[in-house]
Design a protein around this ligand. Structure first.
Ligand code: MN
Length: 262
């Protein structure tokens, strides 16, 4: 199903959120529709995708991504065949990627094999939009993307990207987008990196429920505040930042008009 087939004019964009990890999942879908927040809800295992899809089926603003989270690959790599079976019906793919942090580096080789398979499948089928995790592994993520998924076969959105300035430049040149969250904007090193990214490659996200808004857990509507903080950082009016992010989302979503590889 095309995201463009439903009348759709979002005010805001939350391009990476885990709605199924909140106790009030269905209420939040209604909130996304009410506040006109285009929300990509990611799954961490392919088994979670069908129920997420069913819950979001009537929503104008919520889309569901088919994932196999790198932090779960050690236990869930056996679900890769299920992921492959479902991917024909999934326009959005995630949460996928690599995590070389201390808790997950033990499975890094397996993560690389799974992520490579996923990228190859996306390249083979074409037209997918990916939300990619790259904790302590930005260089390897970009190596694998550049080897296996050319920009004319799919769109890569780097979620909560914390790589170096040179990693970021490389990602920009590879045509990747970046979904920026409030936590990133509270960190000086990340602020410096974000301020050098092209506005035309930026989206916003919450990564809820893993981020806070004040004392409470962030929800998709909190991206409005993130846009304001981002606009202050890059010194443009918040309304201009919001308009650019909406335009960027529309461009990301043109991926189904990509010509097949020749
Ligand atoms: Mn996440």
């Amino acid at each position: 199903m095309s995201a463009l087939s439903k009348a759709f004019s979002p005010k805001w964009v939350d391009f990476h959120c885990h709605l199924d990890l909140y106790p009030n999942h269905e209420e939040l879908i209604e909130q996304c529709d009410r506040d006109e927040v285009a929300t990509l809800t990611v799954t961490t295992t392919p088994k979670a995708w069908l129920r997420n899809n069913a819950l979001a089926s009537k929503s104008r603003y919520v889309r569901v991504a088919l994932g196999l989270h790198p932090q779960l690959v050690a236990e869930r790599a056996a679900e890769l065949p299920l992921w492959k079976e479902l991917m024909a019906d999934a326009r959005y793919i995630g949460e996928i990627g690599l995590d070389a942090g201390p808790r997950y580096c033990h499975s890094f080789e397996l993560q690389k094999r799974v992520f490579t398979e996923i990228l190859r499948e996306c390249a083979r089928v074409g037209g997918k939009i990916l939300t990619v995790h790259s904790v302590r592994s930005a260089g390897t993520v970009l190596d694998l993307v550049s080897q296996h998924l050319s920009p004319n076969r799919g769109r890569v959105v780097l979620h909560w990207f914390t790589g170096s300035q040179s990693d970021a430049r490389r990602a920009v040149d590879l045509g990747c987008y970046f979904s920026i969250n409030a936590e990133m904007l509270r960190n000086d090193r990340h602020r410096a990196m974000i301020s050098k990214l092209p506005l035309s490659q930026l989206l916003t996200e919450t990564d809820g429920p893993f981020t806070k808004f004040g004392d409470r857990t962030a929800t998709p509507s909190d991206v409005a505040a993130t846009v304001k903080t981002l606009a202050e950082l890059i010194r443009i009016p918040a309304t201009d930042a919001a308009a650019s992010i909406r335009a960027n989302l529309a461009r990301v979503a043109t991926v189904d008009r990509i010509e097949p590889a020749s």
